[in-house]
Structures are given as C-alpha cells and as structure tokens.
Design a protein around this ligand. Structure first.
Ligand code: FES
Length: 115
C-alpha cells in the first residue's frame, strides 16, 4: 500500500496539546474529510462522513469502548478497525498517524493512478 504522508503538526507535543481526550479535529486533506480524535488508547483518524447517512462524525463522541459514535443515529464504529459495532455492516476508512522527529504525519492512501 502506498501513502501520501502529510504533516499535520510540527511536533508531537503540539499535537498532544491541541487535541484533548475525546475531542475531534476535522481536516480536509487531498479532498478527503478526516476526523482525528484521541482516546485513552491513542490517536485515531477516520473518515468524517458517516457511511450510514452522511453525518459528520467529528460532531459525535467517543465511547468508553474506543468507538466513535455518530451524532445522528448513534451507530458506533471501532476506532482501530473502522468496523461498525452497531447499526449495520459499515466500515470507516482509517488513516495511519505517524509521529516522527520532524512532525506528526497522516497517511492518505494513494489512488491507483498516483502509483
Ligand atoms: S448518519 Fe450516522 S448513524 Fe445515521
């Protein structure tokens, strides 16, 4: 799998300071809306658009089971795998987050025509 790695923060510290526990940041990167959140298990990035009916997941909340819960109909998704844990057989796109010495990067899968 080939990724475009896009720097979203200059340092790990600034990333941690910016995103508090169970809060969200919405980024639009390479035409994709991405919701980044932080739970006690770590940082996660998933597609912002709920696959059920299009609500913005960054307006939802995190559960204590490490899920993101949609604000509209309350379907929930595992933040690690992106798989729905309630509501239907949906799966969110997930994005890797890579913390390096020179910044925090998010990986966007390259499209087939970009490889
Ligand atoms: S729009 Fe998200 S659960 Fe319906």
């Amino acid at each position: 799998m080939s990724y475009h790695w896009i720097k979203i923060f200059e340092t790990e510290k600034s990333f941690e300071n910016y995103i508090q526990l169970n809060t969200f940041i919405l980024f639009e990167l390479k035409g994709e809306k991405i919701c980044i959140t932080r739970t006690e298990k770590g940082f996660y990035a998933v597609q912002d658009k709920c696959p059920h009916n299009g609500a913005s997941l960054s307006k939802g909340f995190c559960s204590k089971n490490n899920e993101i819960v949609c604000p509209l109909h309350r379907y929930s998704f595992d933040l690690e795998s992106g798989k729905a844990t309630s509501g239907g057989a949906y799966t969110l796109n997930t994005y890797p987050i890579n913390v390096k010495n020179d910044g925090v990067y998010i990986g966007i899968k390259a499209k087939w025509w970009e490889m």
